[in-house]
Ligand binder design. Sequence first.
Ligand SMILES: [Mg+2]
Length: 344
Amino acid sequence: MKIGFRTVYLKKRFPLRISRGEITGSDNLFVSADDGSLTGWGEMAPGMSEGAETAKKGEAMLRDFCAGGLDGAIHDIWDRAHAAGVAPCALAALDMALWDLSAKQAGMPLYRLLGLSRRAVVSSVTVGINPPEVARERVPMLLAAGARALKIKLGSPEGVEADKQMFIAVLEAAEGSGAVLRVDANGGWSLDDARHMMGWLAKRGVEYIEQPLVRGAEGQLADLFKDRALPIFVDESCRKSQDIPGFADRVDGVNLKLMKCGGITEALRIAATARAFGLKTMIGCMGESSVSIAAGASLGALFDYIDLDSHLNLDPDPATGAPFQNGITLPADIPGHGGHLKDA
Ligand SMILES: [Mg+2]
């Protein structure tokens, strides 16, 4: 098998601001796995907390690892790469390329190879932290593009009053649309802020809160969980399946991402472990194109909530294969996960 690498700059249509900072775009690494007649595709969105902050670093890790050979089943390759210290985001790119190739070799969509149906719930579409007047402009554009659920980023460094002003702007702009509202604080709140905001947001029809407290504050989550006004999901706090037992008694659900956990192989384990603990499941994304989003969408049937929307905010998306239809990021119905670079 031949493994290939390409780096492509992904420019965001609208810069995305969350509690920790603003992102305008990223150099993503695309990985191909070629068996001589078929090619599988994978993608890495770089990230400091995902172990490789640049495409170059991810590529170097994968080149090193692949030089040792890629014999065995995908699960064995994943375990060896993980043990060798390949960054989760780089491993995700290789893993999804191998699964894509496997499904193409089997001549079936990846969701079917994984024993799943093509069912998928609506995807949240993200509204970043913005001044209220910008949020008022942005929300109608997202709704016009077909969004039926909005994930509103709060946890503004300017404090909870700024959060409230932005939330009210979104609420007013979305009024009458029927869109579901969800909130992600990205760990931007103190325990007191979180308690206060969750009560305030619950009164305004929000469905759940994601990562109210910073990663590392899971001890305080136990306090917040008692008498919580909204279901609590963790994202930054949950990287791999082994993390789940440590906080399962203080959250309602987990948000996994292929870049955080190292790809499809570990995502399957996280979903299974979360279910075993009676938790709800969600799949989210980093700054990914249609390649990685298509891979995530292939797992859609496993999740109660889906947040696969980063490809919709690219200008342009260099890839294709993750159609957004009626508010749903749909798994492709062709062999593989369906995602590939447009010029490949
Ligand atoms: Mg999140």
